[in-house]
Structure formats: structure tokens, C-alpha cells
Design a binder for this molecule. Structure first.
Ligand SMILES: NC(=O)c1ccc[n+]([C@@H]2O[C@H](COP(=O)([O-])OP(=O)(O)OC[C@H]3O[C@@H](n4cnc5c(N)ncnc54)[C@H](OP(=O)(O)O)[C@@H]3O)[C@@H](O)[C@H]2O)c1
Length: 239
């Protein structure tokens, strides 16, 4: 499966890209400038020369041509970025990891974007795609550090079960990451907002937290798969 990342040159997108490449996905790091993407991709290859990662660079249109597309832009750029490649996103699973936040003094505060969440606004921008919200709470630095496992639950929500399933299988491909089906896309509002709490914890405890839930039975964890099939045969900033 090829995964394209819009705005993949930032800390979050590049970290997700390199982590997914490390478990076998073909990743296209997208950017408004393919030259910026090339610089970022060169640095990733320099950082992990022995891993022979399948990470390539392109503009956002090239990333949007992938099988599954991730939106990793700032929240206020997500709608416009999705709209700019709407034709390519049509019919695809689109994973939105953007959080609408602002920092006022020492306090992180969630913002409420149009339609209640960034993910819902992307769904409205491209009605023909199937948006899943996910990866909001995974700290970029740890995600991109391939020398260490990243241990985190990933809350996923979508109005399309196959989008949740595809996203879940991508998450489950990463050792120690657990996908959790959090319901419909309306849940993206609290999921995105909750990131403000995590960032506040980062500041208070001078760390970078990740999320782990207790009480969920292990059978909920789907088997990992790289083929991108959507059938029901198998089964998920310091600031
Ligand atoms: N950092 C984390 O730990 C983390 C974790 C989980 C989720 N997130 C979320 O993931 C998203 C990306 O985070 P980040 O820290 O990587 O953000 P970022 O560095 O501010 O932005 C990511 C990329 O988006 C592109 N971009 C910036 N402004 C744009 C605009 N006006 N229009 C179109 N593209 C624009 C840029 O790429 P080009 O200039 O190359 O186009 C930039 O490199 C955010 O919404 C954040 O809330 C972050």
C-alpha cells in the first residue's frame, strides 16, 4: 500500500512517514514545494541509511495520488489543502491527523473549526472521500525515532467503517501501537480537542505524553495487514 502525506514535511508528517516506511509501507512525503519535500526525504534517508526506507518526495498532488492519503498540515490549512487535490482524493480513505489548537500564554486551548472538527471540515471539502480521524495524540519526536518503539493507543473515528478498518490496519502494523475504534466522525471534535490537554501535560511535567487506555480486551486489536484490502475477512507536539 502506498501512503501519501499532505504537508508531510513537518515534524508530524515526516515522523509518521518514516515510521510507516519502517514497517513496509511505500510513503510519499508531499509538500507545496517538491523541492522542500526532497530536502526532508534526503534527511530521513541520511538519518536511517541502513533501513532502505521506501520514502519518496513529491508535491501534494503526487502524495494525493497514493492509495491512502494523510493530512498533516496545520489545522487551518487542511480544508484548503484537501480542496486543492479534491479530484485525487475522491473515493479514497483520507486520514486527518490535524488538531485545531491555539496557545495563549502558557495555556493550550482547543479551537472549534467549521463543522466541529478539522476532520469533518475535510470530509465536507471532499464529500466523495472517506475521512478517518487518527494519530492526533502521537508525539512526533517519538514517532519519528526509529531507534525506539512508539507505544501509544490511536483513537480512530469515521463515518465509514472501511476507513476505520484501513486506518486501524495501518496503525496495527506498527509494533506497540494499538488502534481503537472511537465511533463516528462526530467524535473527532473531542479527540482533536483532547490534544490540548496532552500538550498542557507536556508543559507541566516537562515531557511528551502518549495515550494508553485500560480495560479494552485484546481481541479488539485487529491483525496487521499491508495489502490495503477493505473486506471484512480480517478484521486498526511538545509544544
Ligand atoms: N507535532 C506533533 O507532535 C503532532 C502530533 C499529532 C498530530 N499533529 C498535528 O499534525 C499537523 C501537522 O503538525 P506539524 O507539527 O508537522 O505542523 P507544521 O510543521 O506546522 O506543518 C506541517 C506542514 O504543513 C505545510 N503547511 C504549513 N502551512 C501551510 C498552509 N498554509 N497551507 C498548506 N500547507 C501548509 C508545511 O509543508 P510545506 O511548506 O512543505 O507545504 C508544513 O511543513 C497539525 O495539525 C498538528 O496538530 C502534530
Amino acid at each position: 500500500m502506498q501512503i501519501g502525506i499532505l504537508g508531510g514535511t513537518g515534524p508530524a508528517g515526516s515522523a509518521l512517514g518514516v515510521r510507516l516506511a519502517s514497517v513496509g509501507f511505500d510513503v510519499v512525503i508531499g509538500s507545496r514545494s517538491k523541492y522542500r519535500a526532497m530536502e526532508v526525504v534526503d534527511k530521513l534517508h541520511e538519518q536511517w541509511p541502513a533501513l532502505n526506507l521506501s520514502v519518496t518526495a513529491g508535491d501534494n498532488a503526487a502524495a494525493a495520488a497514493a492509495d491512502v492519503v494523510v493530512i498533516a498540515t496545520p489545522w487551518d490549512a487542511a480544508y484548503g489543502t484537501a480542496t486543492s487535490v479534491a479530484d485525487a482524493l475522491d473515493g479514497k480513505v483520507v486520514i486527518c491527523m490535524a488538531n485545531a489548537l491555539t496557545r495563549i500564554g502558557k495555556e493550550f486551548q482547543p479551537l472549534v473549526p467549521p463543522r466541529g472538527s478539522v476532520a469533518a471540515s475535510v470530509q465536507a471539502a471532499v464529500p466523495g472521500c472517506r475521512v478517518a480521524a487518527g494519530f492526533h495524540h502521537v508525539p512526533a519526536k517519538e514517532l519519528g525515532d526509529l531507534d525506539h518503539p512508539i507505544e501509544s493507543d490511536v483513537l480512530i473515528c469515521s463515518d465509514f467503517q472501511d476507513a476505520t478498518d484501513v486506518t486501524s490496519r495501518i496503525v496495527a502494523s506498527v509494533p506497540n501501537m494499538r488502534p481503537l475504534d472511537a465511533g463516528g466522525l462526530s467524535q473527532a471534535t473531542p479527540i482533536e480537542s483532547f490534544t490540548a490537554v496532552l500538550l498542557q501535560l507536556n508543559v507541566h511535567y516537562r515531557t511528551r505524553v502518549a495515550v494508553k487506555f485500560t480495560g479494552i480486551p485484546e481481541p479488539e486489536r485487529p491483525a496487521p495487514g499491508l495489502d490495503g484490502s477493505t473486506g471484512g475477512e480480517s478484521e486498526a507536539e511538545e509544544a
